[in-house]
Design a binder for this molecule. Structure first.
Ligand SMILES: Cc1ncc(COP(=O)(O)O)c(C=O)c1O
Length: 380
């Protein structure tokens, strides 16, 4: 059959991706998990599974409508109140995903003529949310406090300003200088929005995130707390003042014009919050394992960045090299994935290794040895 113009265009684009080593395929999990975001093992925790399963049996699967219509349930309202308390915020609102939360927050609060400063490594959902707001985005170099200070201080007075950052960066595994940002925002009347996607559940004494760890809660306008990573379930809580979550209910299109998540997800999140409160050893052990693996990788001759987080980038540069290393690790039984542009900047293709609390020391040792060998082969 003749190809349509569209089909030809698409096939050409796919061939170009292939040639650049950028074609993606969907692969199921296989082998030992060194790539998921289930850092605390909560996705398979017996209590989380039980709560969700019971809720399915009691309430059914789907919510049947938007939260503004028949899709609202007491389970959502309850878990939102509980999350707000946990986070030390006045209020929280639960979105179906972190992506939807960032789109909703940024397109709701930022108006076209506002000024937005955004870390150059911020997640795609932040970039897209700012795009939707139609405000001009000023990217600043990754975690560069001096540059942020200069930008904020020289921005015109009387214009609403926002500073947006992840707290723990999803691809680099390093932390934003939140204390410095909070001071600068206070000084310049800038609203600070922090995406805690990879930090919530792990950092801080109560495990509420890096905002807690740095004691910057008072200086932050809103946090976005993704619940599908360390919390092991799905969705995201936006936490902040009540007037702000109320406004999201009025205006956030990704909240309003979307079917509410399945109510059993709220039940699972209740259990996940219980486990974070009752099993603090999970996060302590996780952080010990992060330090151990980083040390082992260095012993294997790999360059590992200074941060001690659960996200360890092993940068190989070249797209094909990164894919080849990931394939070889898969063959050795380790599930590590290659990340390539546009997920990471061009020329910085990498393996994104993540630590989870279920990994034991001997596995980490075997993995570090295998990775050291594979990287020296693919880079030679
Ligand atoms: C920093 C950051 N923000 C937001 C998201 C989106 O969250 P979700 O996967 O729940 O849509 C991600 C997911 O990868 C992320 O890494």
């Amino acid at each position: 059959m003749n190809q349509s113009g569209l089909e030809r265009r698409v096939r050409k684009a796919i061939r170009e991706l292939e040639a650049d080593g950028l074609r993606r395929t969907l692969q199921p999990p296989s082998g030992i998990d060194l790539s998921s975001n289930d850092y605390l093992g909560l996705a398979v925790h017996p209590l989380v599974k039980k709560n969700m399963a019971e809720a399915v049996l009691n309430e059914g699967c789907g919510s049947t409508g938007s939260r503004l219509l028949r899709g609202n349930r007491e389970a959502f309202v309850h878990v939102e109140r509980r999350f707000a308390k946990f986070k030390g915020a006045e209020s929280s609102l639960y979105f179906g995903s972190g992506y939807a939360a960032n789109l909703g927050v940024l397109s709701t609060f930022i108006e076209r003529h506002d000024i937005v400063f955004s870390d150059e490594q911020n997640h795609a959902s932040i970039i897209d949310g700012i795009r939707l707001s139609r405000a001009k985005r000023t990217k600043f170099p990754h975690c560069d406090v001096d540059r942020v200070a200069a930008l904020l201080r020289s921005a015109p007075a009387g214009v609403q300003k926002f500073l947006i950052t992840e707290s723990l960066f999803s691809m680099d595994g390093d932390f934003a200088p939140l204390a410095e940002y909070a001071d600068l925002c206070r000084e310049t009347g800038t609203e600070l929005i922090v995406d805690e996607a990879h930090a919530v559940g792990i950092y801080g004494k109560q495990g509420t995130g890096y905002v807690e760890h740095t004691g910057t809660g008072n200086g932050v306008f809103l946090t976005i707390n993704t619940a599908g990573k360390a919390m092991g379930v799905a969705g995201a809580f936006v936490a902040g003042p009540e007037w702000a979550t109320d406004f999201l209910i009025q205006r956030a299109r990704s909240f309003i014009f979307s079917t509410a998540p399945p109510p059993p997800v709220a039940a699972a999140l209740e259990a996940s919050l219980d486990v974070i409160r009752d099993e603090p050893d999970r996060r302590t052990q996780l952080l010990q394992k992060c330090i151990l693996l980083r040390g082992l990788l260095r012993e294997s001759g790999l360059e590992v960045p200074a941060s001690n987080s659960q996200i360890i980038p092993v940068i190989l540069g070249d797209n094909q090299r990164a894919t080849q290393a990931a394939d070889e690790l898969q063959r050795e039984g380790f599930d590590v994935r290659a990340l390539r542009p546009p997920t990471v900047p061009a020329g910085s293709a990498r393996l994104r290794v993540t630590v989870n609390v279920g990994l034991d020391e001997s596995t980490l040792r075997r993995f570090a040895l295998a990775l050291g060998k594979i990287c020296s082969t693919v880079c030679s």
